[in-house]
Design a protein around this ligand. Structure first.
Ligand SMILES: [Zn+2]
Length: 171
């Protein structure tokens, strides 16, 4: 049975396949962060499900989901290959279940999880809305001032603060 996609269509589909963790989409999101002055993000943090971007202070994890692998709701973005259709259906179903598991697990661990569709990010007209979602997530998870001790440099500052009351009590 021949491939259901024409060569051109197939390469288009395959180009979307790497999706999450794809270099182009990551660079696009970095550009969005820059244009909307969103700072504090990190990459490659060893968290469950490997989020594409993490804001460690605010405990916000961001995933950019590739349309094909993650089952974009727009049907043309996640076309079911007709060849080995059952295998593909099972495979893509497992991916969706995995995404749910990752989101739920991170939420249980106190992370706020934001998922962005690759196709959404591809259109620059959507960027203000996407940036708004991320900013709202960051604001909701904003750490109280006393929790700013996740950065290594403030560890010593905390020790000093703890030392002072002890000294004053002795007087
Ligand atoms: Zn899509």
């Amino acid at each position: 049975m021949p491939d259901v996609f024409t060569q051109e269509k197939r390469s288009h589909v395959m180009s979307r396949i790497r999706g999450s963790g794809n270099r182009d989409t990551e660079l696009r999101l970095i550009q969005l962060f820059r244009e909307h002055r969103i700072g504090g993000w990190r990459r490659n943090r060893p968290l469950f499900g490997k989020p594409d971007f993490v804001f460690p202070k605010n405990r916000v994890a961001v995933f950019v989901d590739g349309c094909f692998w993650h089952g974009c709701p727009k049907p043309k973005h996640s076309p079911m290959p007709k060849n080995r259709a059952e295998w593909w259906a099972a495979k893509l179903q497992r991916n969706r279940e995995r995404d749910l598991l990752v989101t739920r697990t991170l939420r249980k661990q106190g992370w706020r999880v934001t998922r962005i569709w690759e196709c959404d990010l591809a259109k620059k007209a959507n960027w203000p809305r996407i940036a708004g979602r991320i900013v709202r997530a960051l604001e909701r998870q904003a750490p109280p001032a006393s929790c700013a001790d996740r950065e290594p440099k403030s560890k010593s500052a905390k020790v000093k603060v703890l030392g002072q009351p002890m000294a004053s009590r002795r007087r």
